[in-house]
Structure formats: C-alpha cells, structure tokens
Design a protein around this ligand. Sequence first.
Ligand code: TYM
Length: 345
Amino acid sequence: MAPSFKPLVFSGVQPTGNLHLGNYLGAIVKFVELQNSHDCIYCVVDLHAITVWQDPAELTKSIREVTAAFIACGIDPKKHIVFNQSQVHEHAELAWIFNCVARLGWLNRMTQFKEKAGKDRENVSVGLYAYPNLMAADIHAYRATHVPVGEDQKQHLELARDIAQKFNTDFGASIAAHGFGEAFFPLPEPLIQGPATRVMSLRDGAKKMSKSDASDYSRINLTDDADAIAQKVRKAKTDPEPLPSEEKGLEKRPEADNLVGIYAALHNKTKSDVLNEFGGGQFSTFKTALADLAVAKLGPIGAEMKRLVQDPAHIDAILRDGSRRASAIAAETMKAVKDIVGFVH
Ligand code: TYM
C-alpha cells in the first residue's frame, strides 16, 4: 500500500525584479485559491535569488515587495505561512544532503540551467547549477504533497520527485528502522492548471513573459498603473486575422492564443468561453476589453502593494513570524533526516 501523507501545499517565488502577470496567473492566483482547501506554505526564495548576482539593497527591497504582493493578492499570513527562505536554515542543510542524492546526469538535463547559463557556462555560479536540489529541499523540508507552479517549473518538480524517490529507496531500511514506514518523503504533485500556465511575452508569442526581458513592454508588472497596463495591452503584438470562434483556430497564432489565455485566466473562464464572446471580432475591441479587465483586477493589487511596502517593519514582522512557524516544521524533518542518514545529533 502506498504510504499516505498529510496534504500540504508549498510554493516559492524569487525576489528578483518586478513580479508580472505570468507570476500572478501562473502561480499566485493558485496560491490564493488553495488556501480554502489546504494548509499552505508560501516562501520568498531569497537563497535562490543569489544564484545570479543581486545588488544587496535591491534584494532586501524585492524580498519585501514579493511579500507585499502575496498579501495584496489575498494570501493570509496568519492562517497559512509566509516567510523568506534564508531565515530557515534547514533549506540549505537539506539541500546539501540532496546534493549527495541527486546525480550529475539529472542536473545536466535541466533546460532552465542551459538557458540561463547560455554560452558562458564556465562562468556561472555553482549555485545556479545546484539550484534544483535546493528547490527540492524547499518542498521536502515540509514533506509537502502539492506544489502550484507555472509550466516552466515542471522539470524541476520532476527532479524533486526523483530525489524523493531515490532517498526513499537508498535509505529504505533505515527509514523503516526509524519507524517511518515505507517512504519518508512524499512524491510531490505539481499543480499546473488553467488557461495561463505559460504566459508569453506581449512582444513575442514565442518567448515566455519574464522578469529579465529587456523590454518593459513585454510584460505587465503587478505595480503598473492603469495607463501603463492599457498602453501595454494596446501595443501587444497581434496578427492581422480576426479572433477565431473556436479554440482550434488559435493554433499557430501564439500571440492571439496568449491574449485569449490571459483574458480567460483573469476572468476565471475557459478560452472557449472567451472565443464565444469575442470570436469573429477585431483585435481592437478585444484589446479594449482586456485592458479594462486587467486594470480592474491588477489596479487594486498594485495599489495595496505600494501601501504595504511603505511599512517595512510590518512586513519584516510577518516574515519573522512565518519563519518561526516554518522552522518548527522543518526542524522536525531535519531531525528525522539526520537519524535516517546516520548522523549523530
Ligand atoms: P519564479 O520566481 O521564476 O516564478 C514564480 C512562479 O511564477 C511562475 N511563472 C510563470 N507562470 C506562467 N507564465 C509565466 N510567464 C511565468 N513566469 C513565472 C513560475 O512557474 C513560478 O511558479 N524556482 C522557482 C521558485 C521556487 C519554487 C520552490 C517553486 C523555489 N523553490 C519550491 C515551487 C516549489 C522560480 O524560480 O520561480
């Protein structure tokens, strides 16, 4: 019989640059929904951020900004846990153990590393390469069972499952001997659902919307004001055809597909619903409706974020409280892992 684990949601967001519509629709909206059905732990992953250079003052600001975004979007840090990774040392400790579980061949297959390292592989940090092991440690430190993420994190989640599986197998006898049954770590389930699991750049339907794109017109930031949002939607790349009436008509039309997906996700509808309403019409009409919808949804979030970051002491207190509660869980896990591995403590 497969061992059963208490359902627990874990996910993380990096404090680097501006949060955008992709982060919001691909991840944070799901974080908010899951609060109604699960215990949730949401982490500002600052240890991940420094795998590439971060200006220290900017990093501090970004950690507070992501926390503010979580709260402005509706995450309740009292009912659930919101914290920053570097305050819970077990993440780094467990990551080391996973460095010794994961195989070089597994990490060599990670497409995100290949993309980020590019041609300059000799010169990127060791942390950037080992990053997926730290991500596995984030999840497994809480023995989390469900992980809401965008499509781009799927491969990292598969690695987290492979690591759990190998740990459970390699240490099987010790796990049983210490009374943990057949498996110590659950195989976490990725939650990648809905019409906007991969939001694309507004300038190029073949590229992911990303914090690091040089063009600010490629993304809608959570802190953009109404004018900026409306202008970015108006300027978004499209093609000359009118919108199709059925989803099949979006094939090979990446820009149209992206905008319809964004509208659907913001409205909590399917792409089909959206095409029922706008199919056959011109892009200009659809773009006006999309801009209005985006302003209505994101405007209040941006305003609340700006208000919250005015009071850094309040945000820091939330993170300290969350870290304290996260530590209590992670310390239990780490204690068990030390027993299982055979460390004296
Ligand atoms: P990060 O900070 O790059 O992104 C945060 C979340 O936003 C999602 N996302 C997108 N979704 C749809 N369309 C897009 N264009 C888009 N861009 C980003 C990401 O999939 C992610 O869910 N490694 C992770 C953070 C992390 C983590 C974890 C996640 C660290 N430890 C443990 C889950 C569990 C990252 O860099 O996400």
